[in-house]
Design a protein around this ligand. Structure first.
Ligand SMILES: [Zn+2]
Length: 299
């Protein structure tokens, strides 16, 4: 649950002590958001972006605030949220994540690079950094005048997800994509849906800062839930119990989901995750970290 022990006067005073800047990548960088929380004492970064051109632009944005980077949080274990860590966080800057997120990054980062550096070339960083400050649900971190609380979620959109509270603001990573087609290729649809239900209760009244798309209310969690239900229903109908879709079925799925979420970008994500969804529905998926189909592990 959200910590609601503070009184309203305290909250408004503390809220006036920080400002949230959003850095959003372009389409090549999956529109991924990094959030900079600026206080009098320094800056806190939430999520570290994907491609080096964006990571460098984000570094310049931090530098232009002329304040020290106090710490970095990583919401979940996907490269569009952790790739920038070695560039953005100097050795003396603590990097925080839920323990499961840190463990998953340690397990997958080299494989992700081996797979995607040939595709992205110089845009993919040569190294990675595993978050060194491991947190559990309820752990708090004080940085400057700010107090953050970690909530570990477990497998949902990725193999390990979490959200981070700052007062009544929640940095939710990719628990919900707001206005784009989501990444569904890690095959945890069941647990993602359960997480959405639980988090919607926990975050009632909060402002949500998603990993992709604009901030908003908890309605984005219900929207994500409806999308996943529609996706699973359609994949199930098309696949008929098979653990893969044919190319024609994948195209039909893309038509259906594009109609469901018209004008939304990242439509290629629909086909990308289709087989993982089919495999999960068929009960054929071993959704352990090392077993995701190799073409499906970016976001
Ligand atoms: Zn993402």
């Amino acid at each position: 649950m959200i910590n609601v022990e503070r009184n309203a006067a305290d909250m408004s005073e503390r809220t006036s002590q920080y400002r949230i800047h959003t850095y959003s990548a372009a389409e090549a960088g999956l529109f991924v958001n990094s959030y900079l929380i600026e206080t009098a004492e320094g800056v806190v970064l939430v999520d570290a972006n994907l491609l080096l051109s964006d990571i460098r632009a984000l570094a310049a944005r931090i530098e232009a605030l002329h304040k020290p980077l106090l710490g970095v949080f990583v919401t979940h274990a996907h490269p569009d949220h952790f790739n920038g860590l070695p560039v953005l966080a100097g050795d003396g800057v603590p990097v925080y994540a839920a323990a499961g997120v840190a463990d998953t990054i340690a397990q997958i980062a080299d494989a992700k690079r081996a797979q995607w550096q040939p595709v992205y070339g110089d845009e993919w960083p040569d190294g990675h950094r595993v978050p060194d400050r491991r947190l559990a649900t309820g752990d708090t971190v004080e940085l400057g005048s700010l107090r953050f609380t970690m909530h570990s979620v477990g497998a949902a959109e990725s193999h390990a997800d979490s959200y981070l509270m700052l007062e009544d603001r929640a940095f939710i990573g990719d628990l919900a994509f707001n206005g784009t087609h989501p990444y569904t290729a890690d095959g945890h649809g069941d647990s993602w849906l359960m997480a959405l239900d639980a988090v919607a209760e926990e975050l009632d009244g909060a402002t949500l800062y998603p990993g992709h798309g604009a901030p908003g209310g908890i309605g984005m969690l219900a929207d994500q839930r409806r999308y996943l239900m529609m996706l699973r229903e359609t994949v199930g109908r098309l696949a008929g119990g098979a653990s893969r879709l044919t190319d024609a079925q994948r195209e039909e799925l893309t038509v259906v989901m594009t109609r469901f979420l018209p004008d939304a970008p990242l439509t290629w994500m629909i086909g990308l995750g289709a087989d993982a969804v089919a495999a999960e529905l068929a009960g054929a998926v071993d959704s352990g970290v090392g077993t995701a189909p190799t073409e499906t592990v970016v976001a």
